[in-house]
Design a protein around this ligand. Structure first.
Ligand code: ASP
Length: 623
């Protein structure tokens, strides 16, 4: 039998009461986390968002409540009225914040019962993720998920407060809109009142935020949902949240200072110090030093070791002398057995036309001097893993060798990125040995402690990557694609090569990377209609097509558009890093699976025929 709530009111939360509250009469409400029956005494651990408090039902003190407690099971919702009392010395639980006290209940109300849950929210880890997602409401009761959502809230609030303090307005932009190109497919929404036409859900508010600058709003931000229909990976979700901003008359540095400010505020909000300003590197330097455009600075980068070999030695090793020869170093891995080296083979991408040498003992037999120089150049300790990566003279990949002044050629990038990706994979595999990631785990597990404040600088390594190439060559179609989106401004001094030498054009495009993840991207935008038109043309888009897709925007550009620029950072990724979570699904209240399914709601789903008819849609395939 369930009880009515009547006029009862909660006086305290389950995480609040301490020894100093002894003697107070209180009413707590929450879920039964665990029940222990000791005959005349029944103990209930009562749980809410704030913590757990022990309730005691003593047959003597609560002759009515005690028999009710005999029938209570986990996840029942109860209200306990009683007196706070100190626990006996041997019953104090130092692991609980409320561990010094308990509530001697005089009254117990059973407000609701519960089916036996498929898993207990009291369990710290549940291995079956599908069950967790299906019963997300139970999963979210778990301490870990409550913490993750608390971190998310604190970060979003800190960002809002900081941006507000800098004069940014939060302005909403539409979800039912036209296509906004960010390189993914659109989610389409059919229009009932305009048969045969569709809205697209925004891949980002890109064009709207630029239009807000044209409208003179000066500083815009929004913590906003974006929708991208693409093949999902562990760190992607079909709908995700961006911290999106745009400013009028900025230089790149102006945008960086704003982002550094809100990042430091967000980290501070969860008790971690993040020193500013962040270091910077150009895209070309990032590729040379790390072989990747989102470097993890917690480990050493690549070393150019071309000089340790003579031309004949390179020939003997079947290494292409025209391409980079670099070494990667992972500290403290120790010498690898032959089997371990064999096991690592699939981690290296051979398709990029690169090869690697990881058997230094063998190399040393033929070229002892080269190996001595290698150790010196890379500053390797004896137990560090060293691997040389170079262009394979035997497998020439068909990529461009064109090299414009000061830039890397596509083939050079291919070799460097083979090295960079191998470095990332080996770093992941040998994390226990090099220990460079452990400091991050320890900081996220102990936020607010003095060590988290000191080690923040080691644990989180932000890096601005600037001056990306303007275009990427798509070998399949033979066309040029924008490296960011087509509204990104080229460097003013590179503009005259847009058509004659697109590969050499640098974009005013920047990324913020942290610990090997891309946290955000942005750019200084094109603010002139003539330049925008040139870019569309350089991308192979006819004036006609450009007008059809972005006519409204090209029109708006003609009415006094100020120079402007901005950036968007992934909120989910930021929270994931600070919560020490293994996937985005751990920091989103209601995420989708890798197949873009919401298991709780069971979406997407088929709809009634009448609904389709109203939308003027006839499906060809039925699920
Ligand atoms: N709209 C871009 C994106 O979503 C960010 C930007 O350029 O501000 O990546």
């Amino acid at each position: 039998m369930l009880d009515f709530l009547g006029t009862h009111q909660r006086t305290n939360t389950c995480g609040e009461l301490r020894a100093a509250d002894a003697g107070k009469t209180v009413t707590l409400m929450g879920w039964v986390n665990r029940r222990r029956d000791h005959g005349n005494l029944i103990f209930l651990d009562l749980r809410d968002r704030y913590g757990i408090t022990q309730i005691v039902l003593d047959k003597e003190i609560s002759p009515e409540g005690h028999p009710k407690a005999e029938h209570i099971r986990p996840e029942y919702v109860v209200a306990a009225v009683g007196t706070v009392r100190l626990r006996g010395a041997d019953a104090v639980n130092p692991k609980m914040t409320t561990g010094e006290i308990e509530i001697a209940a005089t009254e117990l109300l059973v407000l609701n019962d519960s089916k036996v849950p498929p898993f207990s929210p009291a369990e710290p880890a549940i291995s079956n993720e599908e069950v967790r997602l299906k019963y997300r409401y139970l999963d979210l009761r778990r301490q870990e998920m409550q913490n993750n959502l608390a971190i998310r809230h604190k970060i979003a609030l800190a960002v809002r407060e900081y941006l507000n303090s800098q004069g940014f307005y939060e302005i909403e932009t539409p979800f039912l809109t036209g296509s906004t190109p960010e390189g993914a497919r659109d989610y389409l929404v059919p229009s009932r009142v305009n048969p045969g036409t569709f809205y697209a859900l925004p891949q980002s508010p890109q064009l709207f935020k630029q239009i807000l600058m044209i409208s003179g709003l000066d500083k815009y931000f929004q913590i906003v949902r974006c929708f991208r229909d693409e093949d999902l990976r562990a760190d992607r979700q079909p709908e995700f949240t961006q911290i999106d901003l745009e400013m009028t008359f900025p230089q790149q540095d102006t945008v960086f200072a704003v982002v550094e400010g809100f990042m430091a505020a967000a980290f501070a909000a969860v008790g971690v110090a993040l020193p500013t300003p962040f270091p910077r590197v150009t895209y070309d330097e990032a590729m040379k030093q790390y072989g990747i455009d989102k470097p993890d600075l917690r480990l050493p980068g690549l070393t150019d070791v071309r000089s340790i070999f003579t031309a004949e030695q390179l020939q003997t090793l079947a290494v292409d002398p025209a391409l980079p020869v670099v070494a990667l170093r992972i500290p403290k891995v120790g010498e690898l057995s032959r089997k371990e080296r064999d096991d690592n083979r699939p981690l290296f991408e051979t398709k990029k036309g690169a090869k690697y040498i990881d058997d230094l003992k063998r190399l040393e037999k033929s070229f002892p001097e080269a190996v001595t120089n290698l150790r010196e150049l890379t500053k390797a300790e004896p137990d560090d893993l060293l691997v040389i990566v170079a262009g394979d003279a035997a497998t020439h990949i068909s990529a461009s060798d064109t090299k414009s002044a000061g830039r890397l050629s596509e083939r050079e990038i291919a070799v460097l990125s083979a090295a960079g990706n191998f470095r990332v994979e080996l770093a992941k595999k040998y994390a226990d040995r090099h220990g460079a990631f452990a400091v991050t785990d320890s900081v996220v597990q102990n936020p607010g402690t003095p060590s988290a404040l000191v080690d923040g600088a080691l644990a989180f390594r932000p890096l601005w990557v600037t001056d990306f190439p303007m275009f990427e060559h798509d070998p399949e179609t033979g066309s040029w694609q924008p490296a960011h989106h087509p509204f990104t401004s080229p460097h003013e001094e590179d503009m005259d090569r847009l058509v004659s030498d697109p590969a050499s054009v640098r974009a005013r495009y920047y990324d913020l990377a942290m610990n090997g993840l891309e946290l955000g991207s942005g750019s200084i935008r094109i603010h002139r209609q003539d330049v925008q038109q040139q870019i569309f043309r350089a991308l192979g888009m006819s004036d006609e097509e450009a007008r059809k897709r972005f006519g409204f925007f090209l029109e708006a550009l003609q009415y006094g558009t100020p120079p402007h620029g901005g950036i968007a950072l992934g909120l989910d990724r930021l929270v994931m890093i600070l919560a020490g979570a293994s996937s985005l699904r751990e920091v989103i209240a209601f995420p989708k699976t890798a197949k873009a399914i919401d298991l709780m709601v069971d979406a997407p789903s088929t709809v009634r025929d009448e609904q389709l008819k109203e939308l003027h849609i006839r499906p060809v395939v039925r699920g």
